[in-house]
Write a protein that binds this ligand. Sequence first.
Ligand SMILES: Cc1ncc(COP(=O)(O)O)c(C=O)c1O
Length: 396
Amino acid sequence: MSTQQSQGVAVVRDGSSERVFDWLDAVAERRERAGLTRRLRPRAADSTDLDLAGNDYLGLARHPEVVEAAAEAARRWGGGATGSRLVTGSTQLHAELEAELAEFCGFEAALVFSSGYAANLAALTALGGREALIVSDAGNHASLIDGCRLSRAEIAVVPHAEPAAFRKALDGRDGRRALAVSDAVFSVDGDLAPLGALAEVCRAAGAALVVDEAHGLGVLGDGGRGATAAAGLAGAPDVVATVTLSKALGSQGGAVLGPARVIAHLVNAARTFVFDTGLAPAAAGAALAALRLLRREPARPARARAVARHLHRGLTAAGLPAARPDAAVVAVRAPSPAAAVRWAADCRTAGLAVGCFRPPSVPDGVSRLRLTARADLTDAELARALTVIVAAAPTG
Ligand SMILES: Cc1ncc(COP(=O)(O)O)c(C=O)c1O
C-alpha cells in the first residue's frame, strides 16, 4: 500500500482501485455469450463497399454542393459554433436554416439543435414536466424514450401503432396536460405511424402530438416534406415535429418544428438547447445546401421509396421475411442475434454494408438486418445487393 499526495488529496493505493471496474468484465462476458457485443469498425474514406447501412437516403452526404457548403461555412464561421446558441453559438446560418426548414416542412417556426437526439430530448422535457402525462408508442426510438424518462412526466407506454391504446391512456388522465409521441416512420421495421388517427385521438383528448420525422423528412410527403405534412398536420397549432439533419439531409444535427410559442419556450426551457454548444457551422451549411437541393430535385424521395420497394420485392421473392417498407427502411428478420451478426459479416465480406439490429435496439427482441434504400443506387447496384444478401442468408 502506498499513499500519494495529489493536489492536496491523499490517494491510497492498496490495489483496490484496480478492481473498481472489475464488474465490467462479467458484463462483457455475458454480452459476448449472448452474441450481443458491439464493435467499432472504422470506415475507410476510399471504401468501395456498397452502403445499405447508413441513413443517407437521398445520397446527399457526399454531394459536391453539400460538401462545398460545409467547407464554405467552416471557412466563414469557423470549425465550431464556439458556444451555446444563447451565448455566441447562433449565426446567420442557423437562422437561415431554421427559416427554410420551417417553411419547407410547413411549420410556423423551427429551432436547430446539435443532434436529432438532442432535439427529441428538448421537445419532451420542455413540453413534459411533473404535471404532464406523456403517452409513448412502444416502438419509439431510444431518444424519445430517454426524453420521456428525463421529462419527469408520468409515462404511459402503449402497444405499437394502436390509436385506440393512445385514446385509452389519454382518457384515463385527470385533467392534466398531455402529449402523445410517436416516430413517423419506425426506425427498426420502417413502418409508418397512423398519424391521422393519432391526431384525431389527441384532438378529442385535448393533447398535443409530437412526431419524430427522422425517417420521414426527405422521404415521405410532397417533395420529401415528411409524413406529418402528408397527413395534413404540418403547421397545426397542436402538433410538433422533430427532425434530424443527419439522414436524408446528409449532414448532422436536428431540429424541432412547431408553433412559434412552442419554439420560444424551447429557447428558454430546453436544457439540450441552453446548455449545449450550437450546431457546428459546417453541419448547418451542409444541411441548408441539402435542403435547397431537395427543393430543386423533388424526384429524389420517390426514387428512394421505389428502391425500398424493389429491395422488398427481391427479398420476399427469395423467401426471406422482409417487412413491407412504408418509407426507405427495409428490415429482414434473422433467426437469432448470432445469425444476424454472421449474415451482416458475410455481406460485408462480399462488399456490402448492411445494418444489423439486435437487442436491446429492437423492441421485440427479434434481430434483423436493416437495409436503407438510397435514391442514388443504380439498378446494377441494387441487383448486386440482392444477390449478396440472398446468398449470405441463414439457412434452416
Ligand atoms: C427515429 C430517430 N429519432 C432520432 C434519431 C436521432 O437523430 P440523430 O442521429 O441526429 O441524433 C434517430 C437516429 O438514429 C432516429 O432513428
